[in-house]
Design a binder for this molecule. Structure first.
Ligand code: LLP
Length: 432
């Protein structure tokens, strides 16, 4: 069993997060409950900030799709780093939290006209442009509003990386970005250069998520350097911004061996800087966009165990009071997790069980074949680790289960940052 954050500890047979006993959290806030260690989040944000500060003009962007709520955007604002937003919805929360619009980068493969209007009217003018339709829309809307839009082009590097095919985004066959084959991306740059409202700044790629292979990042950067040369040869301009995307993997289980953040980022920086130095070009502004790296291991979901069902000669299902509604990644990606009974945290683990949710789906399984203590009983608390990324943001109300509350823990204290949904919330949009 591993706990992937130093902020979670076991003392007297009980699990603690940021020195708060989880059974106390459950008494106060109920289950299911998303707990985010603010200590862990702050460490990661500080690391991003400190590391990237070494490189002039560089900026880490937090991929906010991994975990977006007001409290998180406020933390990002506090650390003064940038944000990757993929919809006007994400942007609206970031802006509400007071994030500087100049630090917001608008991504997405099908930005809607109303989203573009929303962004420009709110002074968000850094766009990671994805396709020709978007360039046309941007040109039209920006010139009407008399605004300038700064363009980073998402270009497909044709690289295979990422934990499974649903989260691989850098291959030739992808819905994201301008193809690099047959010089298509050069035509896009030409269109930007010919526009009076669009300003070409640079290149972006995101090759995939849960990337454990350093070579994938290196290959991506070598491709980008080749593109930067082609752009220089064709248009005589130096690409002034390189955004290497996110994808930094984390450990969910003991089997996962992620690369160190600085190993990936140093490799990215050194390929870019040495290429630019060789050509006598001014160093570009470099960006990275980690999401899961910041939030993943900060999260722990707490559940109450209900039914325990033994199928003789087969398996034991231990069911909890949440499920695929608050934890979709096992069903969707066959993702693996570790967990413990939080109130029996140091007891010997001899019994192999499957942790199931309460949704009306056979696939509603959270962890398969995990060892827990024989003493497991209804009413125990089950904690699943590393649930900070793509859990709350991918949650749903299937079976009309209310979404859990979110609590931040820090230095022995807890604070509610998102309240639990009520039954009234479930019909808040219904018209009677
Ligand atoms: N930048 C771009 C353009 C992205 O599309 C993403 C993730 C990121 C950065 C951040 O990736 P990260 O560092 O978190 O791996 N729902 C999936 C992951 C999909 C990610 C989508 N884009 C999951 O639960 O694993």
């Amino acid at each position: 069993m591993i706990i992937q954050t130093k902020y979670a500890q076991i003392k007297n047979n009980e699990l603690y997060i940021d020195d708060v006993r989880v059974s106390d959290l459950v008494k106060q806030y109920g289950t299911p409950l998303y707990v985010m260690s603010e200590g862990h989040l702050r460490d990661k944000l500080e690391e991003l900030q400190d590391f990237m500060n070494q490189y002039e003009k560089s900026l880490p962007l937090f991929a906010s799709k991994s975990f977006s709520c007001l409290a998180m955007y406020k933390l990002i604002k506090e650390y003064n780093i940038g944000i990757d937003c993929v919809s006007a919805g994400e942007m609206s929360i970031a802006l509400k939290a007071g994030v500087d619009p100049d630090k917001i980068y608008f991504h997405g493969n099908n930005k809607l006209p109303e989203e573009i209007n929303y962004a420009l009217n709110n002074n968000v003018y850094h766009f990671v442009a994805d396709n020709f339709y978007e360039l046309d829309l941007l040109e039209r809307i920006a010139s009407k509003l008399n605004k300038k839009v700064f363009i980073t082009l998402r270009v497909v590097p044709e690289i295979k990386a990422g934990a499974n095919e649903k989260i691989q985004t850098g291959m030739k066959d992808t819905k994201f970005g301008f193809p690099s084959s047959e010089g298509i991306y050069l035509k896009a740059i030409q269109q930007v250069l010919e526009s009076s409202s669009l300003v070409y700044e640079g290149l972006h790629a995101h090759i995939g998520s849960q990337v454990f292979d350093l070579n994938a990042y290196k290959e991506e950067m070598y491709k980008f350097m080749k593109f930067a040369d082609e752009i220089y040869q064709t248009f005589h301009i130096v690409t002034s911004k390189i955004n290497a995307g996110g994808g930094y993997g984390i450990a969910y289980t003991k089997k996962d061996k992620p690369l160190k953040f600085e190993v990936i980022t140093e490799a990215i920086m050194s390929i870019i800087y040495s290429h630019y130095d060789q050509r006598g070009w001014t160093h570009p502004s470099v960006m990275i966009e980690p999401g899961r790296y910041v939030t993943g291991n900060a999260g722990i979901t707490l559940y109450t165990i209900g039914s325990i069902k033994e199928i003789p000669g087969m398996k034991t299902y231990v069911a909890v009071d949440g499920g695929m509604t608050d934890h979709i990644r096992t069903a969707l990606y066959n993702a693996k997790y570790e967990g413990i009974i939080a109130n029996k945290a140091s007891e010997k683990k001899n019994k192999i069980v499957t942790i199931a949710g309460k949704c009306c789906e056979s696939g509603d399984i959270l962890i398969r074949d995990i060892k827990i203590p024989d003493s497991v009983e209804s009413g125990d608390l089950f904690a699943i680790f590393s649930t900070g990324a793509y859990h709350y943001t991918m949650s749903s109300n299937y079976n009309q289960l209310p979404k859990p509350a979110i609590v931040f823990t820090y230095k022995g204290q807890s604070r509610l940052v998102v309240r639990r949904q009520t039954f009234d919330d479930l019909i808040a949009l219904d018209i009677e």
